[in-house]
Design a protein around this ligand. Structure first.
Ligand code: NAP
Length: 320
């Protein structure tokens, strides 16, 4: 039963993976839309979406999905957004809002806008929320709760349409902020894209070592490595597209990162404990700040459960 009057009559979801299926689940749970029509590239995913009952209707093409929809959200890798915009452009209903969820915004605006008619509202978005899992089974309705969703409307968009999409995201739990697309890409380069690149690098480095075996890396991973492996398990297609489409901002941040690694390398080589201590004190304060503004739990070790102490008696000769 709807908790509220729907904001939109008909939501078309193009792509139903982690993000698309989470939007479907949340929008339905909150009564944010009257009905949901969904499509995905492969028949396997379309079939699974139907089995999971994520949409009222599952159709074969993006063009068919957008017919009569007043909200269209494209939930596919950023590199595929241009061709999909070209496909849906001629079929969009006048007055509809077209959005996306891509992790890069400048390229999405450049690739999609030329294909969209002037009669629609184009309000790209990026929910800064996710997990390392993919596909329609991976989504959950609470994914966006207390996470930020950044809207990057190109200049000249109708403020009422932007505000209505913001209300949609708030209804499914997100906090909303509006930004210019290029600024979004710079911010996310440091908060998301660079950390992923570092995780992909370090996990690859550990895997290629000769003096330390792979089984040792896995066995002793609780020393810090395993927290990088969660990020490095993220979807390869999505992340390939992020780096190809946010090239300039990532290269800028990577340059700064390399300078900082060089400074820490020098401190270690020179035995400069003060420099290391000062740096680590500053970074600890950043973690504290993230917890204070509610973007992570204060529970130690990310809230991981610890197993009970052993109950087995000690073997001879230690047992009492
Ligand atoms: P996902 O679980 O892998 O799902 C991707 C969806 O896109 C699937 O329905 C897939 O269809 C479809 N797709 C893949 N390649 C396509 C192509 N070339 N043309 C048309 N459709 C295609 O991915 P996701 O995690 O939901 O990510 C979707 C978008 O959200 C990406 O742009 C990503 O940058 C953004 N995002 C992701 C996260 C995250 O943490 N994962 C967070 C915020 C934003 P099939 O299943 O039929 O192949």
């Amino acid at each position: 039963m709807s908790k509220t009057k729907p904001l939109y009559n008909r939501l078309a979801l193009i792509g139903v993976g982690l993000i698309g299926s989470s939007i479907a689940r949340a929008a339905r749970a909150q009564g944010a839309v009257g009905s949901i029509v969904a499509t995905a590239r492969s028949e396997t995913t379309r079939k699974r979406v139907a089995e999971l009952g994520l949409a009222d209707q599952v159709v074969e093409t993006a063009a068919a999905a957008v017919e009569g929809a007043d909200l269209v959200i494209v939930c596919i890798p950023v590199g595929a957004c241009g061709p999909v915009a070209a496909e849906i452009g001629p079929h969009l209903a006048p007055g509809a809002t077209v959005s996306d969820v891509g992790s890069v915004k400048g390229s999405v605006v450049r690739d999609m806008a030329p294909h969209l008619p002037k009669t629609i509202h184009f309000v790209p978005a990026h929910p800064v929320a996710g997990t390392e899992y993919s596909g329609p089974d991976a989504g959950f309705a609470e994914l966006f709760v207390n996470r930020w969703c950044i809207l990057t409307p190109p200049e000249g968009q109708d403020p009422a349409a932007v505000e209505k999409l913001a209300a949609f995201w708030r209804l499914i739990g997100a906090n909303v902020e509006t930004m210019a697309p290029d600024h979004h890409d710079l911010v996310l380069a440091v908060t998301s894209h660079l950390p992923h690149l570092i995780a992909y690098t370090i996990v690859g480095t550990a895997d290629e070592l000769e003096a330390v075996t792979r089984s040792e890396v896995l066995k002793f991973s609780a020393g810090g490595f395993r927290d990088f492996t969660r990020i490095a398990a993220s979807d390869p297609t999505m992340w390939r597209d992020v780096f190809l489409h946010n090239k300039d901002a990532v290269l800028e941040m990577l340059g700064r990162f390399n300078e900082d690694v060089s400074a820490l390398t020098k401190a270690i080589r020179k035995g400069d404990g003060d420099a290391l201590f000062d740096h680590f004190t500053r970074t600890r304060a950043i973690r504290k700040g993230i917890v204070q503004i509610g973007q992570d739990s204060p529970a130690p070790d990310f809230g991981r459960a610890h197993e009970d102490l052993p109950h087995e008696p000690l073997p001879k000769p230690y047992e009492s």
